[in-house]
Design a protein around this ligand. Structure first.
Ligand SMILES: NC(=O)c1ccc[n+]([C@@H]2O[C@H](COP(=O)([O-])OP(=O)(O)OC[C@H]3O[C@@H](n4cnc5c(N)ncnc54)[C@H](OP(=O)(O)O)[C@@H]3O)[C@@H](O)[C@H]2O)c1
Length: 242
């Protein structure tokens, strides 16, 4: 019942490690050609090697997410090279937990700039290509990696919560704007995942969600049938890692 990813072109941001790498590899296993975005070029090259074991990789690009000109140039290149963009996975993000009364203003700005504004601009820039894909083939998919912090207030994470609440609101609005065309928009909201992002947070990493489990869920969304759209998915660790 799920559709096939072969022949589809997917941009994955934050593909240099963690969840983004796992999603890129899973999409490659399923036959998609992945365009890998991230700043660490060595780590990105490693992701490309892992993906190329399954399907030819579209390439690697290293735009800073908060630089909209660099982002637009990279997306344009992907489209010129691949001729289409069917899937965008907005995964890149940063996490600087702190209480509001002690937070570094730079950290607050950075979380909004990358997690929210970067994601919105990446979407805006990719949208014409995603809509072309909708018009040519009836579907395109946008997956925003949000967080449980996008639905609840968590003490010590207020600014991160704000960025992820924004992600969910943005996606819900966009889905209503473009649903008739066939664009699927899904906020995938996990709890603790075993990645570098949270390795200093004092959680039991063995209890955290595996990046491959988030990737599996993203791959289900990307292949979801035409008649409906999973607009929000929450993924909890089975056992509490705190
Ligand atoms: N880990 C968790 O417990 C957890 C839970 C819920 C949601 N999430 C969300 O899941 C997503 C992936 O997180 P992760 O755990 O895989 O984190 P991670 O291991 O720290 O990876 C973050 C990725 O984002 C990229 N990135 C960060 N800042 C960037 C910027 N300014 N420009 C371009 N790329 C940038 C990084 O690439 P470079 O360094 O190469 O640029 C890296 O590939 C994030 O949106 C995060 O908020 C994570």
């Amino acid at each position: 019942m799920l559709t096939d990813l072969s022949g589809q072109v997917a941009i994955v941001t934050g593909a240099s490690r963690g969840v983004g790498r796992a999603i890129a590899v899973r999409f490659s296993e399923l036959g998609a050609s992945v365009a890998l975005f991230g700043r660490n070029t060595d780590a990105l090259a490693r992701t490309a090697e892992l993906c190329a074991e399954h399907t030819a990789v579209a390439g690697t690009w290293s735009p800073e997410l908060s630089d909209t000109d660099a982002l637009a140039a990279a997306v344009r290149e992907v489209n010129e090279q691949c001729g289409r963009i069917d899937i965008l996975v907005n995964n890149a993000g940063v996490f600087y937990p702190d209480r509001v009364d002690s937070a570094d203003p730079f950290d607050i700005d950075r979380m909004i700039d990358v997690n929210l504004k970067g994601l919105m601009h990446a979407t805006r820039i990719c949208l014409p290509y995603l809509k072309e894909s909708c018009m040519a083939r009836g579907r395109a998919v946008l997956i925003n990696i949000a967080s449980n912090a996008g639905r609840f207030g968590i003490p010590g994470e207020a600014a991160y919560c704000a960025s992820k609440h924004g992600v969910i609101g943005f996606g819900e609005g966009l889905f209503q704007e473009e649903r008739e065309l066939g664009l699927k928009v899904c906020a995938l909201s996990p709890g603790w995942i075993a990645t570098e992002m949270v390795e200093d947070c004092g959680i039991d990493m063995d209890r955290a969600i595996r990046p491959s489990e988030v990737a599996e869920m993203a791959s289900v969304v990307a292949r979801w049938p035409a008649g409906s759209c999973p607009t929000e998915i929450r993924l909890y660790p089975q056992r509490d890692p705190r």
